[in-house]
Design a protein around this ligand. Structure first.
Ligand code: CDP
Length: 209
């Protein structure tokens, strides 16, 4: 069973993906980490973030496991990730590893922006997780504060809106729900309710499959 979870920043897709993976005993890939790690490599090597050739070679050099999540989860890296993620060459360089992950025996859970549309168009189930920008900014403030990162609500909201626009308006694999995705709006849902809703959707898809 392949479970594809997409959605904008801080919509709750990562939490839902992790919980579904644990529930079904499936491996989980947070594909945002690939774009964050690509950007982090460029920054660490002092290279130009906007140079597609360097970004493609950074993406090609990535393994799927060697991520230092503490560095990668920062605000700066989220912003930088969305810059390299708009480059068609970077996306192309990362497709094969993501598809290989999805093709593991027994299946997998992947979350990102283009899992249902590009990476796994034949996924068993596709969920598109949304929430209002205000709710997402509030969640990110709490998340960053928990990691002792400075988090001003208005600055975070501006980050999220800028990233939403960049991710939705790019030509290469823009953020959008697949035609056959089921949408879950988590604006007024706590984690447990959102996970319960996602489980209902997966179970309904399993019966159909
Ligand atoms: O957790 P959050 O949603 O804030 O970020 P993320 O999922 O780690 O994604 C960071 C950035 O990577 C996004 O803003 C996208 O630009 C990019 N991304 C993408 O283009 N495609 C994916 N499948 C996953 C992430």
């Amino acid at each position: 069973m392949i479970i594809a979870i997409d959605g904008p920043a801080a919509s709750g897709k990562g939490t839902i993906a992790r919980r579904l993976a644990a529930h079904y005993g499936l491996p989980h890939l947070d594909t945002g980490l690939l774009y964050r790690a690509t950007a982090a490599t460029l920054i660490a090597e002092g290279r130009d973030l906007y140079d597609e050739e360097s970004a493609v070679s950074a993406a090609r050099g990535l393994g799927l496991t060697d991520f230092n999540e503490t560095t990668l989860r920062s605000r700066q890296m989220a912003e930088a990730a969305s810059v390299v993620a708009a480059m068609p060459g970077v996306r192309a360089a990362l497709i094969e590893a993501q598809r290989a992950f999805a093709a593991r025996p027994g299946g997998a859970v992947l979350d990102g922006r283009d899992i249902g549309t590009v990476i796994c168009p034949n996924a068993t189930v596709k969920i598109f997780v949304t929430a209002s920008a205000a709710a997402r900014a509030q969640r990110r403030v709490v998340e960053l504060a928990n990691r002792s990162e400075k988090a001003d609500y208005n600055a975070i909201l501006a980050d999220i809106l800028r990233r939403d626009a960049r991710d939705s308006e790019r030509a290469a694999a823009p953020l959008r729900p697949a035609d056959d995705a089921v949408q879950v709006d988590t604006t007024h849902l706590g984690i447990e309710s959102a996970v319960a809703e996602a489980l209902r959707i997966v179970e309904a898809a399993r019966i159909r499959a």
